[in-house]
Ligand binder design. Sequence first.
Ligand SMILES: NC(=O)c1ccc[n+]([C@@H]2O[C@H](COP(=O)([O-])OP(=O)(O)OC[C@H]3O[C@@H](n4cnc5c(N)ncnc54)[C@H](O)[C@@H]3O)[C@@H](O)[C@H]2O)c1
Length: 386
Amino acid sequence: MEPMNIDKIDNMDEALLKIQELEKRLKDIEYRIPKKYPEVKFLTYKDRKRILVTGGAGFVGSHLVDRLMMEGHEVIVVDNFFTGRKRNVEHWIGHENFELIHHDIVNPLYIEVDQIYHLASPASPPHYMYNPVKTIKTNTVGTINMLGLAKRVGARVLIASTSEVYGDPEVHPQTESYWGHVNPIGPRACYDEAKRVSETLAYSYDKQENVEVRVARIFNTYGPRMHMNDGRVVSNFILQALTGQDITIYGSGQQTRSFQYVTDLVDGLVKLQNSNYSLPVNLGNPEEHTIEEFAVIIHKMVGGKSHIVHKEAMEDDPQRRKPDITRAKNILGWQPVVSLQEGIKKTVNYFRKELMRSKHSERNLHSPVDASNINKVHKAGDYNDF
Ligand SMILES: NC(=O)c1ccc[n+]([C@@H]2O[C@H](COP(=O)([O-])OP(=O)(O)OC[C@H]3O[C@@H](n4cnc5c(N)ncnc54)[C@H](O)[C@@H]3O)[C@@H](O)[C@H]2O)c1
């Protein structure tokens, strides 16, 4: 094949064609080279576990899979690819310790495993509001199926719960002993209440069937492989900055948010699973930053021609949610360690690469429903902060 002369690329269309051509060439080359995998640790059969990760092709799940694979375990991912993507775990496909099963957990699953991380569930409002009944089924029937599997094979199961079980909290910061303030018929109820039932199911199986359960109440998480258009502050700002649009702050920008970086969360999940503590544990970053701070950091990091602009405050901008992580610190010796600067830098790099993909369909811009339509049905604030 002829070498390409970069100087000749003088307009965007031509550049895109060249990128497509390069991508095709790369695919051809990759096809011919035997696949290389990251070097995983060797574990003897006594230490090596068979671990099921439901939702393992999603944002958090795929990072957890990376961690468990690198530790030398056998990992089975079960996913229906509603919001997850094969690409998130493609670097493991074909590895002898890895298996990917296309399966919807609303249906029973019969496999042999030692541990289960039950993460399957849409996580962001546009996704879980797309099909509320399905969201409820996944978190109730799906959870029963996973707890049933754990009971049959004697596996320990970790349920990925959420800070949303606290609803619109009247207590700040939230400790695990707070029972929450959830509207059972509001737009978020399909997720919040289903996750609450998921927790109830876990403790019922624990009490009645002696299933070993762990419950992680996960707070806002960000990082590479997150959905780029999920409506969260971090993704919104990065996307706006990278595409040269104005970075929009609603209101004064002095309202605060707290986000944990995904590898910190994974660390907490693994520690919790392997602990001997069965009550719920908050996993989140208690460090609050103002919206203005997020905007400034991202603006500086990305550069470009975006400006930070202020728009009218949103009606019903929900209360902030901040975890009390005393329990995680005391019981697991866990706390977040990745700084906001470092985390955002990695996330910006990921978003940048995604946007460079020539095919729009290959970018991580998954949205089963036009978010603007949800806005019309529910108030924007209903899902803008989570
Ligand atoms: N990301 C966060 O900030 C956050 C916060 C709180 C709780 N959580 C919880 O963590 C878990 C993972 O969240 P995420 O951010 O990685 O979301 P995600 O949407 O990226 O991943 C969820 C995965 O579950 C899969 N899935 C959904 N329904 C399924 C079904 N019926 N059968 C099989 N697979 C199914 C999806 O295809 C996807 O791969 C979820 O349970 C979520 O509720 C996440």
